[in-house]
Design a protein around this ligand. Sequence first.
Ligand code: KG4
Ligand code: ZN
Length: 354
Amino acid sequence: MNRQEPLVLGIETSCDETGVGIVRGRKLLANVIASSMADHAKFGGVVPEIAARAHLESLESVIAQALRAAQVELREIDAIAVTAGPGLAGALMVGVAAAKALALALGVPLYGVNHLVAHVGAELLSSAEPLHTPTVALLVSGGHTSLLLVRDLVDDVVMLGETIDDAAGEAFDKVARVLELPYPGGPEIDRIAADGDPLAIRFPRGLVKPADLVKHRYDFSFSGLKTSVACWVERELAQGRTVNRADVAASFQEAVADVLLHKTIDACLTREVSHLILGGGVVANSQIRGRAEKLCAAHNITLRVPPLSLCTDNGAMIASLGAQLIIAGKDPSLLNFSAHSTLPVTSVMVGESR
Ligand code: KG4
Ligand code: ZN
């Protein structure tokens, strides 16, 4: 294998997207995704058993499609990378089992990698520039809300803070349900908020009081905000008033954007980090993006946001992190590793021999 430009196939099955990506070093060759989102819609959120079953059903065909798109044969693949965690246990197991089988059958090394760190690795595929370190990374999706400090992508990643209850995307999905909007709620809230006033209703911001900041300076909480929106709507309806959904959506979005970016910029400034990467599906949000751009410009912080297809869960980011581990000379994972649903970010890969 060419250790500087390894051909890596990455498998992602930590939530509801079955993703397979193929990269050659930093070059993206294929990024194929099958989502089971529609199967979860009637439940208003991801059902773990349904997600695991869907991965099982679609993985083979997604691998075949990725190979076709990349115009490579399976026997040319230098290494396999797979999400080892964090994520839904049953869903992760499907990807890990498939990756082990593939690696054994092909006689190639396998890298079990950290999903959150891989979100940062996605940036390498969208820009020719080297990853500037240190960088702060804000990852916001239906499954996570994490603020990372990346000093070295393959060796030194720490969690500055994360949500202590709901993920930001989850809050969007739950508030959408209150407003009788379909799942997934994020894009719907974003759409109707365009006609609303973000300052119409002052919803609470989680974990920003001085007392909270002592222990939770970089942590997030969205559960109280979600409840507050639900109570506000209920009260208005009980009093016979019509609810202006656009105002509610815009004000809710404002509260989320406010707290996410306030804490993120605070982390950049206090840690003297001049680079910020955003990742996760919630990054599609126009208010969050707009606010991030403005604040970064004001504070001289370089903002990097990969294209949305690389921001949401995908296999290419897993392959990208696998390629970086190979380029850094890391030994592959021992094949007896397991899926780890709460894998900490300090473990960039699993199953290391030493
Ligand atoms: O990264 P992602 O595709 O993966 C999972 O978490 O599985 O993120 C999906 C989340 C959902 O909660 C969805 O409502 C949210 O991202 N989302 C948005 C927007 N587009 C997707 N949230 C706010 N605004 C958006 N435009
Ligand atoms: Zn993710």
